[in-house]
Write a protein that binds this ligand. Structure first.
Ligand code: FNR
Length: 329
């Protein structure tokens, strides 16, 4: 079958991934209204198209904090890529390098930061941080990322606790034993409580991060003008308007709807990006027209990894089902 749009990859991933992995990737918090709203909101925004503008030459390159990328789409941080493809985040990093775009590697990567760097040397990579209760773990990750050539530090602000994703609860989602977070050996989030992440993080922790690294700090998960102003006044270099793909607080706004007030508050003082619900080129265009410098995609990259796995014939879906069943995931 010809794959002509991201929905085709979504359908493919849904068909072939084990249900438990598909459900984890697809999940939104509670009844998923914010997850779905991220997509629906684009359909309510219409262009005012102008004509006869000589579009024979088009240049869609842009810069992220001074580094040129080929087009204004990047890969948002998502965890557990090995659930979709055995090479996990190494493949994602290679793909981003081939496209000359930015890949944000998650704290919840199933490959080490060293492996990710080695897979895509010289590429534009940022590291996404969740702050651990044990601050030494976070300090070590930040400093390792900087030493390995990651060029930005993305602090995710919207996950003091993990949102209630009903299918994950029903499925008893846990990582299978052959997949783990190898940099931190952290299983608590998807194993036993207590959660290893620190819910007491505040704006003051930006100063702590600043003391650890020279990397630009980008804050992810901002949805209001008040928090945008706080982000700027605490010295961050970038803001990602994001609601975590609707996986955290259900009932919040679609990110494209929140973008306008953030852009207005920031007044060009820092770069503003957006993720959530981007599924086609016209979505990207709407976000750029409303003031985003670049957008990021989360789930679609995971569907791409799943397609790579099953389409390449490396694994067939029944083998993965058996493996995951055996792991009692
Ligand atoms: C995420 N997201 C996320 N964000 C983050 O900062 N760190 C992480 O580890 C993860 N993990 C994660 C796993 C999965 C399976 C999903 C779907 C999402 C949120 C992600 O960065 C991004 O905000 C959303 O995925 C964007 O929405 P779309 O593109 O998936 O609609």
């Amino acid at each position: 079958m010809a794959m002509v749009c991201l929905s085709d990859f979504e359908a493919y991933a849904k068909k072939y991934l084990p249900k438990i992995a598909w459900d984890f990737f697809a999940a939104g918090a509670d009844d998923c209204s914010t997850r779905d709203e991220n997509i629906l909101a684009y359909k309510r925004i219409h262009f005012r198209p102008r004509m006869l503008r000589d579009v024979s030459m088009m240049d869609i390159r842009t810069k992220l904090l001074g580094t040129e990328i080929s087009f204004p789409v990047g890969i948002a941080p998502t965890g557990f890529h090995q659930l979709a493809w055995p090479d996990g985040e190494k493949s994602t990093a290679r793909a981003a390098k081939a496209m000359n775009i930015c890949y944000i590697a998650s704290t919840y990567s199933t490959c080490t930061l060293e492996e990710i760097s080695a897979a895509a040397p010289g590429s534009l990579r940022w590291f996404q941080l969740y702050i651990h209760r044990n601050r030494a773990v976070s300090q070590q990750l930040v400093q390792q990322a900087e030493a390995l050539g990651f060029q930005g530090l993305v602090l995710t602000a919207d996950l003091p606790y993990t949102g209630k994703r009903r299918d994950d609860v029903r499925n008893g989602f846990r990582l299978p034993p052959h997949i783990c977070l190898r940099d931190t050996d952290d299983r608590s989030e998807y194993g036993l409580p207590p959660n290893s992440l620190d819910p007491s993080v505040t704006w003051n922790d930006i100063y702590w991060l600043r003391s650890l690294t020279h990397l630009p700090i980008i804050i992810k998960g901002i949805l209001t003008k008040e928090d945008a102003e706080l982000a700027v006044s605490h010295g961050v270099q970038g803001i990602i308007v994001s609601n975590h793909g609707g996986r955290q607080l259900d009932g919040g706004p679609a990110t494209i709807d929140a973008l306008v007030e953030v852009v207005e508050a920031v007044q060009g003082r820092v770069e503003v990006y957006l993720d959530g619900g981007i599924r086609k080129g016209s979505d990207v265009l709407k976000a750029l027209a409303l003031g985003a410098k670049c957008v990021f995609i989360g789930r679609p990259a995971l569907w791409g990894l799943a397609y790579k796995q099953f389409h390449s014939g490396v694994t067939n879906s029944s083998e993965v089902h058996v493996e995951l069943d055996a792991a009692d995931v």
